[in-house]
Design a protein around this ligand. Sequence first.
Ligand code: FMN
Length: 605
Amino acid sequence: LLDSSNSSHVSNTIDDFIDLGPDCSEDISDVISVDRYKTVYTDPGKQILILYATEYGFSEDVARKLYDRLVDFSVSKDDIFQPRILNAKDYELISFDQEQLLLLVIATSGDGVSPSDARPWYNDVMTTDSNLRHLNYSVLALGDSNYRYFCRAGQMIDSRLLYLGANRLIERSNVDMEDWTVINDWIKKIISCLETVVIETRVDYMSSRLPCNNDGYCRTRPFVAKMKVKRNLTTVIDSDDKETIHCEFDLSGSGLEFISGDALGIYPCNDPTDVEQLLSVLGSTGQEQLNPPQWAYQPKPDGKISLKKLLQMYYDLKNIKPELLKVIQHGQKDMNNTLNRLLVDGLSVKKNKMLDEYLKKREVVDVLKEFNYESVAMETILTNMKGLQPRYYSISSSPLKDKNTACITVAVVRYKVLGKLRSGVATTHLQDRMSVIETCPVFISRNTDFRLPMNKNLPIIMIGPGTGIAPFRAFIQERIHDESVGKNILYFGCRNKDKDFLYHDEMETWVNEGHLTLRTAFSRDQKSKIYVQDLLIQDACLVWKTLQDGGHLYVCGDAKHMSNDVHSALLDVCQSQGNMDQSEASKYLTLLEESQRYQKDVWVT
Ligand SMILES: Cc1cc2nc3c(=O)[nH]c(=O)nc-3n(C[C@H](O)[C@H](O)[C@H](O)COP(=O)(O)O)c2cc1C
């Protein structure tokens, strides 16, 4: 699914400088061991439900931030607000008719849908006819405007709650990526509403309904899996050649189950050289003992661990939190013009383009080297760094072939910026720093909107250039294994047949055995460039016939260019073959999407 260390979903830590100020940033040595977010209230109070729906964890971070602010507010007013946090996947524990104030933090994932774990809850709200007139609510919708349906899940649920009679306390805010300015603004508005909104004092009905944590291995409690196999899938001759690898992880004994279309989440470690560089700039030996941070996955080390280990496992050394610049600026006596200029338009990278450009090209160590941060305490620096997030890769093998092995197909990220070699954390961890037999923490990420048809007679068209081929290798294995009769048609594209034709031998074998119709676009093997979308237009007749036969269409890969170009090509096919005008063709494809016959697993890098 995602194979870039700069992937846009990588989330911030929950603390931001703006409200805390550098002097009151959390002391990371005391935070953590107690999970204050699981408070159970036994005394009567004014209950507030913070519900989050998350795919990658950022909504949970935001929910925790909101929780902290509500607790602070309650203490400052000497009032008895009782916020509690619940993951929407545990929605069966809630009774909306007992709730008075719902604060909903919801991400949009996939191609404009609600996060997969939250789907049963989401569908329940979308279909219920309950009367919610007693309920006050507000929605914070998380998303990324690079996607076609910006914050759609949040918008849909907001309209639905209003339709069911709930009282929208304040307007929904749409958050573009990790824009803490918008998040903080929303939180401030919520808090000012609390002065006036009437919430009855009650006993917390939820105290008897805590979620049980018997879910097995998951994002917050990954399984430590052994890498069984690793091999190169490409031939790298020049430095800008594609470098893609195939890795296999052993899931035996984990109880983890996956379905073709799902992704494998992997927790990487930072490159020790990057850690050493940062420690050297910080003037530290790395031996300082600190507690692991709040977001550390289970099992967390019991006591304190060295700063070196902490940086290697839990902190993002590549992506910079804008607040880090702010604390450095605060710590400086003299005006630093460069820093002031960068921050003059605020900390939101969506609004402050200069800051965005600056941060994109740098890592944490570059910023510390560039500006004099010396009066900023180490803890403050850490508090203003992002947490190292898991990376997600579509599983490229079918569980029908081997349910204990999850294969992934990984494009290794290496590039040059400002004359310096940069690299992806997870992809180089897998390629350079991890040998077969070694282990890393993994979990399964469901992709319920990317599934083979139940009817094995139906043909499928798969469009997956580059590593977009990954889930289709799983699909084809699965269809061969369960003796599906429907035709398998794959559109694959890469630069050169001889260098980066992934799984070339396997694909050819499947073609020879009659399991696969393979169409390839090698963009650089001839004078004029050719891509998968060009092949779709060439094959208009085949594509149209396959759709007329009830076929399912799948697209996997880059969301920004490839999937839009493929969509345009499909519009062309419908127009030329189906005698439709532009708007009819567009409606036809929308209908295909709605009936789950046109599914996408696409991402923005
Ligand atoms: C694979 C993928 C698909 C996404 N699809 C959308 C989308 O369709 N619309 C949108 O607004 N944001 C989309 N996003 C952005 C997420 O909503 C955003 O990163 C959000 O902060 C994630 O929150 P979470 O970590 O709680 O899941 C997508 C992100 C990823 C990685």
